[in-house]
Design a binder for this molecule. Structure first.
Ligand SMILES: Nc1ncnc2c1ncn2[C@@H]1O[C@H](COP(=O)(O)OP(=O)(O)O)[C@@H](O)[C@H]1O
Ligand SMILES: [Mg+2]
Length: 345
C-alpha cells in the first residue's frame, strides 16, 4: 500500500498542510515540537481512525477549533482510495471515496500500517495485555475471520464472567463454557499458524539489527496445546470451575496467553539493555511487514526510532529500511541518504 498524499486541517499543530509522499522512504526531520509525531499520528489515524496517543478527539483537534480533518489517497496496486477522517468534539466519521462509513471498524484492511513508537521500547517489560493486543491487532488486520472470531470469543467470555459473578447456575455455566471453548479453538489455530510464520522472520530481523552473532529466541506461552484442544480445555475448565466461581471470572484461557523474547538465553524484559529492548521490540513491530509482499504490504511508521540507537545499530536499521514497504520515519537529524525529506519547521 502506498499513501500518495495527505491533507491536514486543524489537526494538532498543523493548521493547513498538504504533503506529497514518496512510495519508498519518507524522512520527516525537524526540531523537537515541530509536529513530526503529529504528522505520523495523522497517517496512522487513516488506518483505524484511532490514535495510539489518545482516545480523546479534543486532543487531536487544534486548540480552540471545533473540527479536525485528515485525508489521503491510498494506492493498492491498481486500486485507488480516498480515505478521510473528520474529528469533531462529539465524534468522528470516516469516509471512503467520499462515502461515510456506518462503522469506523469498516476502515480495517483498507489502509494498513506497522507502527513503532518510542513507548514500544518497554514492550517486553509491559503488561501481557499490551503484547496480546499487538498479536490480536496484527492478526485482525490481515484476517477478517480472526477479527470476527475474536469478537465472538470476547462476547462469550463476558457472558461467562457475568454468570460466574451471579448466583450458581451450573447448567448455564456449562453451556457458556462449551461455547467459550469452541470460540477459542479457531483463534488458537490462527495464532499458531501466524506465529509459525512470524517467529523466524522476527529472529532474522532482530539478528539483522543487533548482529548475526546474537542469540534471540521468541517463546510463546499458550493456554493449552493446539493438539486435542477441545477435550483438554473441557477438562481444564471443569477442574478450574470452583476457582473461577470464587474469583468471579474466567482465570485461564486464550485471553491470558503471553510471550517473551530472550537474548543470549536471558529474558529480554529483565536483562536486555534499554537500547537492546528497543531494537527487539522494533524488530517485532516491523516483522509483520515482511510477511506480506506486493500490494497489501503495510506502510511502516517509525517515530523517533534513531533516538538511543548507537551508530552501528542505526546503520543496520538504515540498511533494512528499503526492505519495508513505504516508510515514514521521524527524527531530529537526517539519517538516510536518498530519502524523500520532509522538513518540519
Ligand atoms: N490539539 C493541539 N492543538 C495545537 N497544538 C497541539 C495540539 N496537540 C499538540 N500540539 C502541539 O504539537 C507540538 C508537538 O508536536 P509533536 O508532533 O509531538 O512534536 P515532534 O516534532 O517533537 O514529534 C507541541 O508543541 C504541542 O503543543
Ligand atoms: Mg515526536
Amino acid at each position: 500500500m502506498i499513501l500518495k498524499n495527505l491533507t491536514l486541517r486543524q489537526f494538532r499543530n498543523h493548521t493547513h498542510k498538504n504533503y506529497l509522499f514518496s512510495p519508498s522512504i519518507n524522512e520527516i526531520v525537524g526540531r523537537n515540537g515541530t509536529g513530526k509525531t503529529n504528522l505520523v499520528e495523522a497517517i496512522h489515524l487513516l488506518c483505524l481512525a484511532r490514535s495510539w496517543r489518545t482516545a480523546e478527539n479534543k486532543k487531536l483537534i487544534q486548540k480552540d477549533k471545533n473540527e479536525a480533518y485528515v485525508g489521503g489517497e491510498v494506492e493498492e496496486g491498481s486500486l485507488q482510495r480516498k480515505i478521510e477522517v473528520v474529528l469533531q468534539k462529539e465524534g468522528r466519521v470516516a469516509l471512503v471515496n467520499g462515502k461515510p462509513l456506518a462503522k469506523l471498524s469498516q476502515l480495517s484492511g483498507l489502509f494498513n500500517c506497522v507502527l513503532f513508537t518510542p513507548e514500544d521500547s518497554l514492550f517486553f517489560r509491559d503488561s501481557p495485555g499490551v503484547r496480546r493486543l499487538f498479536l490480536d491487532e496484527t492478526l485482525s488486520r490481515t484476517s477478517p475471520a480472526y477479527l470476527h472470531n475474536l469478537r465472538q470469543f470476547r462476547h462469550i467470555l463476558q457472558e461467562r464472567n457475568a454468570a460466574l459473578k451471579e448466583r450458581r447456575d451450573d447448567a448455564l455455566l456449562e453451556t457458556l463454557t462449551e461455547q467459550l471453548i469452541l470460540s477459542e479453538e479457531p483463534l488458537v489455530k490462527e495464532r499458531n499458524l501466524f506465529l509459525k510464520r512470524l517467529i523466524p522472520v522476527f529472529q532474522k530481523t532482530s539478528q539483522f539489527l543487533l548482529g548475526e552473532e546474537r542469540k534471540v529466541e521468541f517463546v510463546y506461552h499458550p493456554f493449552l496445546k493446539e493438539e486435542n484442544f477441545v477435550q483438554e480445555a473441557r477438562d481444564f475448565y471443569q477442574k478450574s470451575k470452583e476457582r473461577d466461581y470464587l474469583l468471579g471470572s474466567t482465570q485461564n484461557g486464550i485471553h491470558r496467553e503471553d510471550f517473551e523474547v530472550s537474548l543470549e538465553r536471558e529474558n529480554a524484559a529483565n536483562f536486555a539493555s534499554q537500547g537492546e529492548g528497543r531494537i527487539l521490540s522494533l524488530a517485532l513491530k516491523i516483522s509483520p511487514s515482511f510477511l506480506e509482499e506486493g500490494d497489501k504490504k503495510p506502510v511502516a511508521i517509525l517515530d523517533d526510532v534513531f533516538g538511543e540507537l548507537d551508530k552501528e545499530h542505526a546503520k543496520n536499521l538504515v540498511r533494512l529500511l528499503p526492505k519495508l514497504g513505504q516508510c515514514f520515519i521521524t527524527g531530529t537529524e537526517e539519517h538516510i541518504y536518498q530519502s524523500h525529506e520532509i522538513v518540519m519547521k
